[in-house]
Design a protein. Structure first.
Lengths: 83, 83
């Protein structure tokens, strides 16, 4: 399982769109607060693998390309832990 | 904007995976409770247009194919309204 503290540290970039508390700053982006850990992992990997396309998916493809499997697991642990 | 009551009525099928209260029944599926309305709309449309692929996306592609634009707007209004 991911490391919540490492995920929090890594989340600074994510916060620009998804909010410091996991509540998105604009309604076109998803809230991540309390989202299921496993779903967050599979979603980020789907962007990284370019299985998610269209609309703003290109933004997340670019972000996900910079994340290792370990980064992804840590971010998922962090966002799913937010209440 | 969508009709919350109509969305709730339409959500019976969604509840099988996403939960009656918008909290997913298994961790591989996303919670929808309180998710941003606009994001829900763009996500369902991305599945309908087969812009989201891989993993379990085929499940949502099939479900989304049965939804009209009006159904999608109503479902988004309903799930985003859940607190």
């Amino acid at each position: 399982a991911g490391d919540i503290a490492a995920g929090k540290a890594k989340s600074a970039v994510c916060a620009a769109c998804h909010g410091a508390d996991g509540i998105a700053v604009i309604p076109g982006y998803p809230n991540l607060k309390g989202q299921n850990e496993q779903y967050i992992i599979s979603s980020i990997k789907a962007y990284k693998d370019k299985q998610r396309n269209g609309g703003l998916a290109v933004v997340m493809q670019a972000q996900a390309a910079m994340l290792s499997d370990s980064d992804i697991a840590n971010l998922a642990a962090y966002y799913s832990s937010l209440k």
